[in-house]
Design a protein around this ligand. Sequence first.
Ligand code: CA
Length: 235
Amino acid sequence: MARTILVVEDEPQIASLLTDYLSIAGFEAKTLADGRDALAAALSGEFDLVLLDAMLPGMDGFEILARMRESCETPVIMLTALREDADKVRGLGLGADDYVTKPFSPSELVARVRNRLDRYARLTNLTTGPEAEPGRWMADGDVEINVASKRARCRGAEVTLTAKEFELLVAFMRNPDRVFTKDDLYAKVWGSDHFGDVSTVAVHIRRLREKIERDPANPSRIETVWGMGYRWKLP
Ligand code: CA
């Protein structure tokens, strides 16, 4: 079945250009111009990826993305008209998977769509697909995890992680490049019903770094994004 892309773009020319390129590449594309309609569509679960313009009538792309990320991990590529908006996408840590600045090359954008879909499919397999089979390991650089047996290896050697450290590692590896705030990680790993303290996140990150980083004092995988949180860096 063709993978379906939601194109959220209020400029008709750009929307139809994108739809054309995506159809030629074998995707199905649906276009919406209004922000509120787009949020509802994005949350419907019908789409494999969302191309999201930043400036929209109704509700802007940043707010749509933030609302989406409360409950949904569908890959999102933001389209921004301004360099400052691109910085905002990155800086806010809203969980965009990628962004492009207008004017962009449609063929390059299609390549990025394909790349993001492939990566997402691979990482989703971690928990639901063949990757979750016993004995199946998934590697990202020198870090490997086995979700079924909750084991991790680093540079070929088994590392012993606590349940929470393992869940943190899975959250990072499933969302490379995404900036997680401490609150995000706390909600993801500890859950909203846990009567704890968000400061525990930093403690667990430190321990995880000690176990997987080559030089825990200068981490190369779990990067600190000052004033924001943490990001899993690709090798
Ligand atoms: Ca626009």
